[in-house]
Design a protein around this ligand. Structure first.
Ligand SMILES: [Zn+2]
Length: 268
């Protein structure tokens, strides 16, 4: 429980850094330099005005210098990351498995909000996360059993680490291909882009972390909720369905965040 509480505090800090990434990466700005400053008046933010969640509340959601509104996204991302880290350590106990799932959560929270604000899924997060997941598959087993069965059918006897890596590769490749193929088909039939390559990279990253089951479940939950909520939003907000671009990555991201906690296999 102490570890989970510490993970919560650490999550607040990571969430704070995610906010910097969410703002700067789509604008091709460095995430380390310059120091944090107000987006409106560019005044540097002192450390005591940069405490996650707390500073936002104390300042009433406004810049100390120019009184410009600070987006509620800042405390939301910090709190969400903290809660996610807490849940990872609470459910898995302290260890590398909890660290892996926390990293997964942080990447997805970043992607979900960037896509919502900018309709972009940065490669730094999707491809970077994919690479990290493949490496981590060697140390934290991806318990899927599909690659294991395929290897067995092929008469192969791989060690547990190599088998886990195979589960990770399969989990990335197959759902990634499915989504890419779906997008290609949509383009051929409807003659307009239905989804971007960023969505394909996102689902590949999810599969590399969770394996095939988790990625397919994410795909199903994300697509269904995206269609239902997206359609309702277009109707209620009177958006033009021909031009409104649905943040599909956001729906996939939210589904991917929930899946490890609702599908039994992933948490073991
Ligand atoms: Zn300001």
């Amino acid at each position: 429980m102490l570890e989970a509480a510490l993970a919560f505090l650490f999550g607040l800090l990571i969430g704070s850094f995610l906010n910097v990434c969410i703002h700067r990466i789509p604008r091709d700005l460095s995430v380390v330099r310059p120091r944090s400053h107000c987006i409106a008046c560019e005044h540097p933010i002192a450390w005591y005005d940069n405490v996650p969640v707390l500073s936002y509340l104390l300042l009433g959601g406004r810049c100390r210098y120019c009184q410009a509104r600070i987006s509620a996204r800042y405390p939301a991302v910090e709190l969400l990351t903290a809660v996610y880290f807490f849940l990872c350590f609470w459910r898995l106990g302290p260890g590398i498995a909890a660290i892996k799932l926390s990293l997964y959560g942080a990447l997805l929270i970043g992607l979900t909000f960037v896509d919502l604000e900018r309709r972009i899924l940065p490669d730094e997060f999707t491809l970077g996360g994919l690479a990290a997941a493949l490496v981590l598959a060697w140390f934290v087993p991806v318990k899927d059993g599909i690659a294991e069965i395929l290897l067995w059918m092929a008469g192969q006897h791989w060690g547990p680490e190599a088998t886990s890596l195979a589960e990770s590769v399969l989990g990335a490749a197959l759902p990634g291909f499915l989504l890419w193929f779906g997008g290609w088909l949509y383009l051929k039939v409807r003659h307009r882009e239905g989804l971007g390559l960023g969505d394909v990279k996102l689902i590949a990253m999810v599969g590399a972390f969770l394996g095939l089951h988790g990625a397919l479940l994410t795909l199903i939950v994300g697509s269904l909720s995206g269609s239902v909520i997206g359609y309702a939003y277009i109707r209620i907000a009177h958006k033009d369905p021909a031009t409104y671009e649905l943040p599909f990555g956001t729906f996939l991201g939210i589904a991917a965040l929930v899946v490890p906690f609702i599908s039994g296999g992933v948490l073991g």
